[in-house]
Design a protein around this ligand. Structure first.
Ligand SMILES: [Zn+2]
Length: 154
């Protein structure tokens, strides 16, 4: 079973509290943990055998990348990033999904190369701590602000 497919099923059943917006190729969701404030994911609609960008035909690939970029711009505007980090990894679940991280100076403290480096140089137990899960009200606020920016860009 695939966690991303499970989350998409929840969206389709109206039961995913993190869901922000459906685009042509994927779904925009807020990340469960918000150490990197504004962390957002863009989940490709299909799974099956399409687990690499190069598995998508050119038109679909271009659309998926274009939409991901729009999501990234909306995340940047909404949450005030100094830099956006884009990750498409697939080692947990191979289902195509973008991690979009708004980055600001100091957000990995002194980890990594004197505080510089990718998000995964920050300790996993801190990144996924329950302490940085948004409450219902915070989540609703984040979703609304992101949705407003997305709709300006679409
Ligand atoms: Zn899947």
């Amino acid at each position: 079973m695939c966690l991303i497919c499970d989350r998409i099923d929840m969206i389709n059943n109206g039961e995913n509290p993190y869901f922000v917006k459906e685009l042509e190729t994927g779904y925009v969701v807020i990340g469960d943990n918000q150490h990197f404030y504004g962390y957002t994911l863009f989940l490709y609609k299909q799974h099956g055998k399409m687990t690499e960008l190069f598995h998508l035909d050119l038109k679909e690939r271009a659309k998926f990348l274009e939409e991901m970029t729009i999501v990234a711009e909306a995340v940047s505007r909404t949450f005030g990033a100094e830099k956006i980090n884009y990750e498409l990894l697939g080692m947990g679940d191979a289902h195509l999904h973008w991690h979009i991280f708004p980055r600001i100076n100091g957000d990995i403290e002194n980890y990594g190369n004197n505080g510089r480096g990718p998000v995964w140089w920050y300790p996993m137990e801190k990144m996924y701590s329950d302490d940085n899960r948004p409450n219902k009200k915070q989540l609703a606020n984040m979703k609304q602000k992101l949705l407003d920016e997305l709709e300006k860009l679409l």
